[in-house]
Design a protein around this ligand. Structure first.
Ligand code: 5AD
Ligand code: SF4
Length: 454
């Protein structure tokens, strides 16, 4: 679908600069990187920090209202002092959910492209150059991944790798099944090839991504049906790849094999992001989560039995329609029972087109604020306590970026904590053996035990 756009300015072509701004989940970060790689392959250069770009891609998030509204203010801010503006492409889930609405509300947008069609971005930009407004919200059956340039690894030692997309769970509050489409798994061979390319380019840690990553399934090279645990076991054989993580998981897809992998695969890091959303079976049923409090706790118990030090993370929604004070207290109870290392918590946000948006019993803002504050106070306490429990431990860090102070680097612990360490000669990408010496709510301090360990 294309629209003629009224006021035009020259659109960029090869030799011009671009900026991709990604919002929301890690899948968007991954998509943003793939779009950047594609633009670079087409002759664009990433705009330097602080310099206006000729093309700006806003890779948007639709999960909550605030995230979606942000797009419009960001578009407004792209106008330059002299009144000109870059070529603007809106990608991601807001594009998918509100395509035509964006065209109406923001006439300065040149390209609107959904998350399953962004491999066509260069073509859409070319159409914009010809003065069209190009909108592509297709969910083509052939995967976009085959059409993207091959990966080469980057400057960083860590990378995301999307293995699964979309969701068939249809939780009643969630837009993902509508914006990202049906659950699909990328083929095993493609994933091994992409992982090898990343490792050859210097990547030492890969995080496997999917809206329901543990629903991934495929066939290995001998044609045997495998699940995410099989993929993890194969990836663990790759020399040079030191660490494997995965996110986000659904409690119902925590298979026996995946749980066992946490006890058996050394390269699989002791961290599990397992959203429960609420602690009341009544609310979980209204959310269509299709698991209970008890089944969730049972999964946690089984994972801890094979990997006692595992860090558990989660997502919570407070104020889902019909949530009473007693329901909410059950959420506090499941948090106490689980003991999280970290977690994300949100006020319920009414998303148009989802079943919960029209349910009775919408909860007042003031009540949601109060519940969120109480929940976050408890989660923060648990996060601090988890961090303190790691003080004194010897562990390994993968150094990811520079810290504020001279010679200081920040790395991740196996439990995904940010840890500061200062020592001469350390470099980004090194694995260092350290002892954790201090713990704050969001980061820890450590001292090195020895030089780089192989
Ligand atoms: N309102 C609030 N939070 C939501 N999430 C998803 N949809 C909504 C919504 N409508 C949260 C869930 C999910 C995380 C990615 O975002 O907790 O796990
Ligand atoms: Fe949304 Fe539920 Fe699917 Fe997660 S499992 S993406 S919350 S519908």
């Amino acid at each position: 679908m294309t629209f003629d756009s009224p006021a035009r300015k020259p659109a960029p072509g090869p030799g011009k600069t671009f900026r991709v701004k990604s919002f929301g989940c890690q899948m968007n970060v991954y998509d943003g990187e793939r779009m950047a790689e594609m633009l670079e392959a087409g002759g664009y250069a990433a705009a330097a920090e602080g310099v206006d770009a000729d093309l700006v891609v806003l890779n948007t998030c639709h999960i909550r209202e605030k995230a979606a509204e942000k797009v419009y203010s960001d578009i407004g801010r792209l106008k330059r002092e002299d009144g000109s503006r870059p070529t603007i492409a809106v990608a991601g889930c807001v594009a998918q959910a509100e395509g035509a609405e964006i065209a109406r509300r923001a006439p300065s947008v040149d390209v609107v492209v959904g998350p399953q069609a962004y491999h066509r971005l260069p073509d859409l930009i070319a159409r914009a150059e010809r003065g069209e407004r190009a909108i592509d919200l297709d969910m083509p059956l052939d995967s976009k991944f085959g059409a993207l340039p091959k990966r080469a690894g980057g400057q960083r030692p860590t990378a995301f790798l999307t293995v699964q997309e979309g969701c068939d769970k249809f939780c009643t509050y969630c837009v993902v099944p509508y914006t990202r489409g049906a659950e699909t798994s990328r083929p095993f061979a493609d994933l091994i090839a992409e992982a090898r390319a990343l490792v050859a380019g210097g990547v030492r840690e890969i995080t496997l991504l999917g809206q329901n990553v543990n629903a991934w399934d495929g066939e290995d090279e001998r044609g045997r049906a495998i699940g995410l645990d099989g993929l993890i076991r194969e990836l663990a054989k790759e020399d040079g790849l030191e660490r494997i993580r995965y996110t986000t998981s659904h409690p119902n897809d925590m298979t026996d094999g995946l749980i066992a992998a946490h006890g058996e695969v050394d390269k699989l890091m002791p961290f599990l992001h397992l959203p429960v959303q609420a602690g009341s079976d009544r609310i979980l049923a209204a959310m269509n989560r299709s698991h209970s409090v008890e089944s969730y706790l049972r999964v946690i118990e089984r994972v801890r039995a094979v990997r006692p030090d595992i860090a558990i993370s989660g997502d919570f929604i407070v104020g889902f329609p019909g949530e009473s004070e007693a329901d909410f207290e059950e959420t506090l109870a499941i948090v106490r029972a689980t003991q999280y290392a970290m977690a994300y918590s949100f006020k319920y946000s009414r998303r148009p087109g989802t079943p919960a948006a029209t349910m009775d019993g919408q909860v007042e803002e003031a009540v949601m604020n109060d519940r969120l504050q109480r929940l976050q106070a408890l989660l923060n306490e648990q996060q601090q306590a988890f961090n303190e429990r790691t003080v004194g431990r010897a562990t390994r860090l993968l150094l990811e970026r520079r810290g504020k102070h001279d010679g200081q680097l920040i790395g991740k612990s196996p439990w995904l904590q940010s840890v500061h360490v200062t020592a001469p000669g350390l470099m980004i990408g090194d694995m260092v053996e350290v002892r954790i010496t201090s713990a704050g709510p969001n980061s820890l301090g450590a001292e090195p035990l020895m030089e780089e360990v192989a």
